[in-house]
Design a binder for this molecule. Sequence first.
Ligand code: ARG
Length: 457
Amino acid sequence: MKLWGGRFTKETNELVHNFNASLSFDQTFFEEDIEGSIAHVKMLARQNILTEEEKDTIISGLEGICEDIKNGSLTFDGEHEDIHSFVEAHLTERIGDAGKKLHTGRSRNDQVALDMKLYTRKEAKNMDALLKNLLESLLKLMKENVDTIMPGFTHLQKAQPITLAHHMGAYFEMFKRDRSRLHDLYERMNYCPLGSGALAGTTYPLDREYTASLLDFYGPTLNSMDSVSDRDYLIDFTSAMSIIMMHLSRFCEEIIIWNTNEYRFIEIDDSYSTGSSIMPQKKNPDIAELVRGKTGRVYGSLISLLTTMKGLSLAYNKDMQEDKEFVFDAIDTTKGCIVLFNGMLDTLKFNKEVMRKSAEGGFTNATDAADYLVNHGVPFRDAHGIIGQLVLTCIDKDCSLDELPLEEYKKISPVFEDDIYDAISMETCVSKRNTIGAPGPDAMEKVIGNYEDYLKN
Ligand code: ARG
C-alpha cells in the first residue's frame, strides 16, 4: 500500500518498487521513527490540531507496534516502501481513522531527517562508551608499565628509550581526541528538524520548540530547507569514525610488528589468534589485520557520503536515501572493531625482558651521551659529532656505547669520565626525561593522575 497512490493510475512496476524501497535497511531505526511520531502527536494535541482522545489512541497504537516489532510478532514485509509507510499503515490498520491523522503537518523528509538524527545521536553515545572502556584498558596498562623500558622509534628505526606506559599514553591521547570529536558533532547536530515539512515548513501552528524539547534537542533547526537536506552530521560522524579506525589501524600495525618472531615484544593470546590450514606452526594476528583492513571500509563510507551529497540541489533529493547503509555499516564496523581490539589488548602478553634488551641495542642512548658532553660545556653540535664518531667505533668493535671502554671515550674527548656509564644507562635515559608529556616517571605519574580524573567524568 502506497502513501501517495492518489494521483497515480497504474501500479508501480515491481522492479521500481524494489529499487525505490528502503524498508530492508531503514527498519534499523523503527524505535526512533516511533519515538519521533509520539512527540509529534503530543505536540499536535497540545496545539489543538488533534484531540486528546486521538492523541491517546495514536500513542497507544504506536507503542503496540513498537512492542510487537520487538517481540517478533510484527515482522517487516516487502510490501511497504519504507519504515515510515510501514508504521503508518499498521497504525491505521490497528486503530482506524485516527491513524490517518498521524502525518498531519509532517513530511517523510523531516521525519527521516529526525530519525537519522535520533539514531546517530544514540550511536555516538554508544561509541563514546566503547572508547571509554578502551581508555580504561590503556590506563591500566600505563599504570602497570611506568618502568617498562622499550625502544621508541622514528622511521621504524630505534631512536630513544621510552616506556610502555609512554607508548600506551600516545594512544590514550588519540582515543581521547576521538571522544571529543564525538562530543563536538553531538553538540553541533543536536537541533530538531521535525516541523520543517517537505521543505517549506507548514501552515499548521506547530510548536517546534516543544517537539524539540520532548526529544531532548537543544532547540529546533532554523531553516526548513536545510533541515530536510542536511546530512553534515552523518559526514561528521563517519569522519570521526574514520579517524577512530585510523588510530586503531596504526595500533594494529604496531601489534602485528611487535608480534613477529623478529620483535617478540608481545604475544597475542591464543583466544585472539588464528592458525593456518597448511602450516602447523602458525599463529597469526588475523584480528589486528582485519581491524586494519576494515579501516578502508569505513573510509569508503565517508567518501561515498561526501560524493552522494556533492551535487544535490536544495532541498530533499532521493539520493539521500543512500546515506543509510553506509552509515549503518560504518557504525557496526567501528563498534565491532573497538570491542575486538579492546579484547585483544586486554589479553596481550608483553615480553618486558625482550623489550628492554631491544632498547639497549641500536644506540638509543646516543642522544644522552651527547647531552653528557653538553653538561660538561661542549657545544651540542660538537657533542653530536663526537658521539657519532664513538658510534662508528662501536659498530667497528661490535659493541654498545655501554660496553665501550673508557679509554676509547677518552681518545675522542678528554671530557669523559667514569660517570658516563651511569649517564647513558637505560634507567637514566628514561628517568631524566620529565618535561611535560615525556616518558620519565615523574612526568608519567602526573599524566596518569590527569587521565584518572578525566575518566571519572
Ligand atoms: N526513504 C526515504 C529516505 O530515506 C524517506 C524520505 C522519502 N521522501 C520522499 N520525498 N520520497 O530518504
